[in-house]
Design a protein around this ligand. Structure first.
Ligand SMILES: [Zn+2]
Length: 671
């Protein structure tokens, strides 16, 4: 088989390089060689045409001729090296007016520069331009910009005549845009069904254009790998990631996708787990054969915005998730593009370690509590993401997006799950926030969760919410390890949100109140958390608060951390590892797949998301690991070395200091 650039065994890093960053192309070539020499990068994605064309119109033929010539110049300049150059097509749908057919938003306005993927003239022209570059310049691969979406053109789209016509064909009923505007926006079941159908149409229209491109390229260079960059709207586009990547790959290639998962213009390290959660979901739900790249994007690519430390944190997570590689923005896209050495020097130091980490993670499954999410949230215009990500990450409790022994739901997510799935989850261990618990009650599952969950009547709510000095008290049976038993109340002052609040009413004495809510005079007025064993054999824990938009000290505190940690074990996660008595140490748990089960118990990634250094870190570990394993630490050279540690009762103390953004990678091996 012909080598196509994807056969490498190590982490596959692709560095974007602007085709016209440097007025002097030879300098640009020199800067690539410099990066190759300094950091070992071998693959570069030359990007163009310029996004400046958006305001002018779809680029003329000469622009693509120029791009092809430039790629050839790069190849010529690099011919004595083993460097590969691909083409990153940066103008897909947001590519400047072509003909008269634009993306039409639901309010009838036309996008100024985005072309509809169903427009026949655009399909023809776009495919021909891609095929032209493929044939003339023969980059090692072609990847498409993340403007390849339907719902990223400043509104819900595309409601052009062709999209409406195709929708009529599929549904057997012609809807006008005005009718759809009315129907799609309300919350009825009919609207949900229609949105799902509309999502399918959006996805299929993207797939259709991708298939056109594949066909045109197959005529001239069938060997050409082509892949996509997942746009932020991929879920709203009918969960389009898989379909688009498969259409671009065609029959003869492994699909490849860059999954989004970074933070633009933001260096908040404590948000890294949330930044990369969608990518973890993609990693765990796309077919095994897909080649997955993490969006290691430092936008706007200088350290006034993102530190190399935050990028290291994201990459440590991505390779703990066993990503195949990264599209890694290490350059400013200006002349002298390598001016800021921060990112590539970080990688040059870390790459052996990240490779060894990824190799270990490849033998594993990311494990922990199941933070169930659903891209189908779009059908109800709802957030798809599990609202517990931040709490679990900051409490040091590992999670996965796969259904597990213990699962966790929040907000409106139950709306995306059918009754059968809910019943299955109720037979295991289930942790619910107030909003999710209420939805389950509304669907008749109160007996299985052990409580009626209701919204507080307006008058009661106003009274409770006005009390910013209320408290929550842990009841006697649940104060293990706590010297104190109070937590801030659910309406304590929180500048970044308190989340929602629901009333929990236990159905019988079988439902245990874990905490009680107190007003400022210490009078109990409700229940904060419950636990319950149901008749299906499952266990359920409820939290009265909603976790979405909740950054309050009522949720984030040491006592809540201990409670949630102990309760997930009670729910059934006996096999879990978690970080004890530390704020904000992110913990990723990799458990070996069956094939590698004899080798080790697990690989644990620990990342201090707080600027405070730690002398050591104590982990709760499963009973069968205690005293029976040896622990190794991954060093900077990518070698597993004996770690210093002390076993405690059901725990182990790792005697290595930790500082922010300097992850520790531990392997628990069988003796
Ligand atoms: Zn359209």
């Amino acid at each position: 088989m012909k080598k196509d650039g994807f056969e490498n065994k190590s982490i596959d890093i692709i560095i974007p390089v602007g085709l016209d960053e440097e007025p002097d192309l030879q300098k640009s070539i020199g800067s690539i060689i410099e990066l190759h020499r300094k950091a070992g990068f071998r693959k570069f994605a030359l990007f163009g045409p310029s996004k400046g064309w958006r305001g002018v119109g779809y680029p003329p033929k000469e622009c693509f001729e120029e791009i092809a010539d430039r790629i050839l110049e790069f190849k010529k300049g690099l011919r004595d090296t083993d460097i590969l150059v691909g083409w990153w097509n940066t103008l897909t749908l947001k590519s400047g007016k072509y003909g008269s057919h634009r993306i039409v938003r639901i309010d009838g306005s036309e996008s100024y520069f985005s072309n509809c993927p169903l427009a026949p003239a655009f399909q023809k022209r776009f495919s021909a331009d891609v095929a032209f570059i493929a044939e003339k310049a023969a980059p090692y691969m072609i990847v498409f910009e993340d403007d390849y979406g339907i719902n990223c053109h400043r509104g819900y789209g595309c409601f052009c005549e062709l999209h409406l016509k195709e929708f009529a064909r599929r549904t057997g009923k012609h809807y006008s845009r005005e009718e759809l505007r009315e129907k799609l926006m309300d919350g009825t079941d009919e609207a949900v069904a229609l949105r799902l159908k509309w999502g399918e149409l959006s996805r299929d229209s993207l797939m259709e254009l991708a298939a056109h491109v594949r066909k045109a390229v197959d005529r001239v260079t069938p060997w050409m790998p082509m892949g996509s960059m997942q746009p932020g709207c991929a879920d709203a586009d009918g969960d389009s990631t898989r379909a688009v990547a498969e259409a671009l790959a065609g029959k003869n290639h492994r699909p490849f996708v860059r999954l989004h998962g970074t933070s633009y213009s933001n260096d908040d390290v404590s948000s890294a787990p949330q930044n990369i959660f969608h990518a973890l979901y993609g990693r765990q739900h796309l077919p095994e054969k897909f080649i997955l790249y993490h969006e290691s994007d430092t936008y706007p690519h200088n350290r006034f915005f993102m530190s190399a430390g935050k990028m290291k944190t994201l990459m440590a997570s991505a390779y703990s998730y066993a990503f195949d590689g990264s599209t890694f923005q290490v350059r400013q896209h200006l002349d002298d593009p390598n001016e800021d050495p921060g990112y590539y020097e970080m990688f040059a130091r870390e790459c052996r370690r990240l490779n060894a980490l990824r190799d270990a993670a490849k033998k594993c499954t990311v494990s922990g509590c199941g933070l169930i999410s659903s891209p189908m949230g779009f059908s109800r215009n709802e957030n798809w993401e599990n609202g517990w990500v931040r709490a679990f990450a900051h409490f040091g409790i590992p999670y996965t997006t796969l259904e597990s022994r213990v699962n966790v739901l929040s907000g409106k997510l139950p709306n995306a799950l059918d009754d059968e799935t809910i019943r299955r989850l109720l037979r295991k261990g289930l942790l619910l926030d107030g909003e999710a618990a209420k939805l389950l009650c509304d669907r008749g599952f109160a007996p299985e969760i052990g409580a009626e969950v209701t919204e507080a009547p307006e008058k009661t709510y106003s009274k409770i919410a006005a009390d910013i000095c209320g408290k929550e008290r842990i009841r006697d049976a649940f104060i293990h390890g706590n010297t104190g038993r109070l937590m801030d109340g659910c309406f304590t002052f929180s500048p970044y949100g308190n989340g929602s609040f629901q009333q929990l009413k236990p159905l019988s004495s079988k439902t245990e109140a874990v905490t009680e809510l107190l007003d400022f005079r210490d009078h109990p007025f409700g229940i904060g958390m419950t636990r319950f064993e149901n008749s299906l054999g499952g266990r359920v824990v409820l939290l009265a608060q909603g976790v979405k938009n909740n950054l309050s000290s009522s949720l984030f505190n040491y006592r809540r951390q201990r409670l949630i940690q102990e309760l997930v074990v009670w729910l059934g996660a006996e096999e879990i590892v978690y970080v004890k008595e530390c704020a904000r140490v992110f913990c990723i748990l990799n458990r070996p797949t069956e094939k590698f089960d004899h080798e080790f118990y697990g690989v644990v990634t620990l990342i201090d998301l707080s600027p405070d250094p730690l002398e050591s870190v104590e982990l709760r570990i499963p009973a069968d690991w205690c005293g029976k394993c040896k622990i190794e630490l991954l060093d900077i050279d990518g070698k597993w070395k004996k770690a210093s540690f002390e076993f405690g009762e059901g725990s182990v103390k790792i005697l290595h200091p930790m500082t922010i953004c300097e992850p520790l990678y531990l392997a628990f091996r069988k003796k």
